[in-house]
Design a protein around this ligand. Sequence first.
Ligand code: VGL
Ligand code: ZN
Length: 234
Amino acid sequence: RQFLQTSAALFGAAALSQAWAQAVIRPNERSALIVVDVQNCFVPGGTLPVNNGHEVVPVINRIAPVFENVVVTQDWHTPGHASFASSHPGKKPFETTQLSYGQQVLWPDHCVQGSEDAAVHKDLKVPQAQVILRKGFHKHVDSYSAFEEADRKTATGLAGYLRQRGIRQVFVTGLATDFCVAWTALDAKRLGFDTYVIEDACRGIDLNGSVAAAWKQMHAKGVKRIQSSDLALS
Ligand code: VGL
Ligand code: ZN
């Protein structure tokens, strides 16, 4: 009896401190939601489908209303883009090659400018989004990150846009966790933004453990990994 009461009290205290430790995160006017590449190409039926990629849509739709500032990105490649395996004779998708700026994973042809495949997913509901940023439009340079192209020299302009609008904190969601989401989050952090990735609002491609590797790198650089349930939605 005594033991049961004591353990119940301890359990209650533990649950309470747990609740305190897990402080709710409340986005404000200096926060932006970044929705990365939620496009037809990256969901089942698209040209570079991410497993269960479509499942990010309801999660993003649920959290989006608390964000005053929303950025949507679109992977937006030229026909014959350098990141396409079809542009490199003898190469197959998911192999790698050496380009002028370093190693490049080669992908199936995807997200070609103006195609239905490159359109934003029809069920995504972010009517307040203020900018749609297209990336990967230079034929010879890929751009996983929404901030900087793969040559690590060419800026997209997003950092300046966010700074000029007074944004200090970003919440990254979308596709794919291990490529465009991770690169975007790592650049955001490096460029001085307080950076969160909302794990359940992302899905990964996962080539040879790339999802785990991406989380490890993001953790090492101070990107914060949270769940959509950590956000205050009212
Ligand atoms: C992406 C591979 C190629 C992404 C874009 O959005 O994560 N991945 N292009
Ligand atoms: Zn791409």
